[in-house]
Design a protein around this ligand. Structure first.
Ligand code: NI
Length: 173
């Protein structure tokens, strides 16, 4: 496994509409393994392929952890929301492509998601709580949407300016 570089706003790649995956093969599994390592290392609870500059409809999540290992990864290929609750919930969201900035975003509290897993098996699953918010945030990435797009233009531009400056400063060091 290898750690991949994560791109930050305002990289125009983050606005890309990612392409559906044709087949879950070893190359794709290698990408998913690398994405997972990158996500755990960051650390984060979700990552979309476009955040490592790969425009494919692939996301990895781990919002629950496991009692023994602390890890419970979920791989989603070509994820699609097939149902969403009328009830909403609000989380203070962050994003590995918008380092150190957080904002409250309102989204459906429960969603049903259809996807292919690490082995190419199809699932349709109800997700709720943090996992529901996370999967919606990551599917947004596949459609070129970042959580700051839900904020006012003023707030969004302020965050982008700060991230750009921090990224620039980091390169000097
Ligand atoms: Ni994100």
């Amino acid at each position: 496994m290898a750690k991949l570089p994560i791109i930050n706003v305002p990289d125009p790649m983050l606005k890309t509409l990612s392409d559906p995956v044709g087949q879950v093969d070893d190359d794709l599994r290698r990408l998913m393994d690398n994405m997972l390592e990158t996500m755990y290392d960051a650390p984060g609870i979700g990552l979309a392929a476009i955040q490592v500059a790969v425009p494919k409809r692939v996301i990895v999540l781990d919002t629950e952890g496991d009692e023994e290992t602390g890890r419970k990864p979920v791989f989603l290929v070509n994820p699609e929301i097939t149902w969403e609750s009328e009830e909403f919930s609000v989380y203070n969201e962050g994003c590995l492509s918008v380092p150190e900035h957080y904002a409250e975003v309102e989204r459906p509290a429960t969603v049903k998601v259809k996807y292919f897993d690490y082995h190419g098996q199809q699932h349709e699953e109800l997700m709720e709580g943090l996992q529901a918010t996370c999967v919606q945030h990551e599917i947004d990435h596949l459609n070129g949407v970042v959580f700051i797009d839900y904020l006012s233009k003023l707030k969004r531009n302020m965050i982008i300016k700060k991230v750009r400056k921090a990224t620039k400063d980091a390169m000097i060091l």
